[in-house]
Design a protein around this ligand. Structure first.
Ligand code: GTP
Ligand code: MG
Length: 173
């Protein structure tokens, strides 16, 4: 179908920030409180309609655990888009996100579209403590030219929006 544009997208971020949960929400509109850590990487696809064409996301959901760190370049090397995720309640995960953005800019395709997602915002709305301000995420995004959203895989907040925003930046074939 000539109206379908395929997009290879890689998810990167510290362990347990919610990468797989964001994908589960996007692909199946579902959430699991006790999602198992990803081993190696998982591959999933999902289509979205944008105007009169379809974008088919081919998603590589990587494992954040340190023992899988050496695998990441295999997945981002030929990616057209990347979603870098941190947890708004975990400052260390934001530092890790910065590192991923830098690594992508140095080693991935020069025209890669990068989106930054501050996940688990539902914790803040539930009275939990926020440790990374919205402004900090927005500042990094502005400085590095990234799309930026605060998301919740649990409630679904902004999850479709991230993928739509990426899809809108993909040139139509
Ligand atoms: P790795 O595969 O090890 O890299 O982890 P991951 O980034 O894929 O995290 P995963 O999706 O497995 O989520 C880790 C834990 O956080 C799970 O218990 C999820 O239920 C929980 N979680 C994920 N997203 C959210 C969210 O938006 N809000 C809340 N409250 N919990 C979340
Ligand atoms: Mg995972």
């Amino acid at each position: 179908n000539s109206n379908v544009t395929s997009v290879k997208l890689v998810l990167l971020g510290e362990a347990a920030v919610g990468k797989s949960s964001i994908v589960l929400r996007f692909v199946s509109n579902d959430f699991s409180e006790n999602k198992e850590p990803t081993i190696g990487a998982a591959f999933l696809t999902q289509r979205v309609n944008i105007d009169d064409h379809t974008v088919k996301f081919e998603i590589w959901d990587t494992a954040g655990q340190e023992r899988f760190a050496s695998l990441a370049p295999m997945y981002y090397r030929n990616a057209q888009a990347a979603l870098v995720v941190y947890d708004v309640s975990k400052p260390q995960s934001f530092i890790k996100a910065r590192h991923w953005v830098k690594e992508l800019q140095e080693r991935a395709s020069s025209d890669i579209i990068i989106a930054l997602a501050g996940n688990k915002v539902d914790i803040v709305e539930d009275g939990g403590e926020r440790k990374v301000a919205t402004e900090e995420g927005q500042k990094l995004a502005d400085e590095e030219g990234l799309l930026f959203f605060e998301t919740s895989a649990k409630t679904g907040q902004n999850v479709n929006e991230v993928f739509l925003a990426i899809g809108e930046k993909i040139p139509i074939k």
